[in-house]
Every structure is written in C-alpha cells, then in structure tokens.
Design a protein around this ligand. Structure first.
Ligand SMILES: O=c1ccn([C@@H]2O[C@H](COP(=O)(O)O)[C@@H](O)[C@H]2O)c(=O)[nH]1
Length: 233
C-alpha cells in the first residue's frame, strides 16, 4: 500500500521478531518503514518479505559505498526484492551513482534511488576530522548537486538543508531527512536536527523517525503526537 504520509519509521531493532512486533502495531496507511544495517544484518531479506506481506513500503537503508560494479549489483538486488527506496553514499562519486542508476534503468526497476550526503550525526568538527573543511551545509549542497547530476532521485540530508536544496535541485528532488526530533524527544547522537512540522515547512519530502517512536514508553502515542505536530503545522 502506498501512503500520503511523509513519515518513515526506522525499525532499528536487533531481531526480526522485535521489528515485526513494532510493525504489527503500525499501519501502512500511516507510515513507511525503514530497514537499516543492524536489522538487515541480523535478519536478511526475510524482514523485507515480512514487511511487504504486511502491506508496507520499505526503505532499505544500507548506504552502499563501494566500487561502481559492486554498488550497481547491490542496488539491483535490493530493487529486485521489491523495496520502495534504496540508498548509496554520494561520497562514492559520480561513476558509482551513475552505474547504480543505469543498472536500475536497464532492468526496468522503478525503486527510488537516493544518495546520502552528510550524515545527520555529523557537524563541522566531524567533517574537519575526515578532511572536509567546508561547513556541513556547503558539503551537503555539493553532494546533492552531484547526486542529481548522477541520476539520483533525491538525497538523504538534514532538514536544515532542505530549503536550500529545493532551490538548487527542485521540489521534485526527494529530500529524505533523518534527525527528526519532535518536541518530546532528545537529540541523542544526532547533531543536525529539526522538529517534524518545521522540517516539512523547510522542504523535506520524507521524515525519518526512529527512537522518538520505537524507544518511547508508548510508541503509538508518540506516533500520534508526531502526526498531531504535523497536522498543526
Ligand atoms: O544521515 C543519516 C542517515 C541515516 N540515518 C538513519 O535514520 C535513522 C534515524 O533514527 P533516530 O533514532 O530517529 O535518530 C537511523 O536508522 C539512522 O541510521 C540518520 O540518522 N542520519
């Protein structure tokens, strides 16, 4: 089932059972689900089949980053398992992204392919330590333009950069933004954060929310509170 909701709930769990316990409390008309490195490494493709069987659209967030041929194969494998969205690291460069997009096109696969720009857990000091002297916003812009020019359907960025990317890359270019922190949640390891309604107003197309829902005492109440924040605008 497709949903009009921008919410993507990150199922960062250590087992298939724990992830499905949460999925069974959620409704595919209210959100999409994200499967990341921990859950996929533990459960493998079974989790995708189980979530698809429950009617959810799934973002497989494995952030592929390797040589072009390897990434193209991995993206094809993900798309052939029916995921709604898959991602690569923009830092893998133009040839890597182009190879991934060409592989999807060659096989007629319509999975959304997006690229991670700068992780939302990173701030200027973190970038400096890995040799990037540009501030995060500038580095995000550089990688988003490269991603667009390399055939990506959008990027992962923080909501703080969404407005600028709308101007640079257009409204149709997907801006998938983790680091979403509703009023009741702590930032934790995230650094470039924004509240849900502000993120939508800034131009995010999709909001990734993990722990504020999955680690809440009452996850369904937390989700309802986020939906209320969004409705209030
Ligand atoms: O830049 C990025 C890219 C991916 N993520 C992922 O999103 C969720 C966020 O979870 P929270 O618990 O809401 O912080 C998580 O799965 C990350 O792997 C990101 O946070 N930032």
């Amino acid at each position: 089932m497709s949903t009009a909701s921008p919410l993507i709930i990150a199922l960062d769990y250590a087992s298939l059972d724990a992830a499905l316990c949460m999925a069974d409390r959620l409704d595919p008309s209210r959100c999409r689900l994200k499967v990341g490195k921990e859950l996929f490494t533990r459960s493998g493709p079974d989790i995708l089949e189980a979530l698809h069987g429950r009617g959810f659209e799934v973002f497989l967030d494995l952030k592929f980053h390797d040589i072009p041929n390897t990434v193209a194969g991995a993206v094809q494998a993900a798309a052939e398992q029916g995921v709604w969205m898959v991602n690569v690291h923009a830092g893998g460069g133009r040839r890597m992204m182009e190879a991934a997009r060409e592989r999807l096109d060659h096989h007629g696969l319509s999975t959304h392919l997006i690229a991670v720009t700068v992780l939302t857990s990173m701030e200027a000091e973190d970038l400096a330590e890995v040799g990037v002297s540009a501030p995060p916003a500038e580095q995000v812009e550089r990688l988003a333009v490269l991603a667009r020019d390399s055939g990506m359907h959008g990027v992962v960025c923080s909501a703080q950069e969404a407005s600028r990317l709308n101007t640079l890359c257009g409204d149709d270019f997907l801006k998938v933004t983790p680091g979403i922190r509703p009023s009741f949640a702590v930032a934790g390891d995230q650094r470039r954060v924004m509240a849900p309604a502000e993120a939508m107003a800034a131009g995010s197309t999709h909001l990734v929310v993990g722990r504020p829902v999955t680690q809440a005492e009452d996850p369904m109440a937390a989700l309802a509170a986020i939906e209320a924040e969004l409705a209030a605008g």
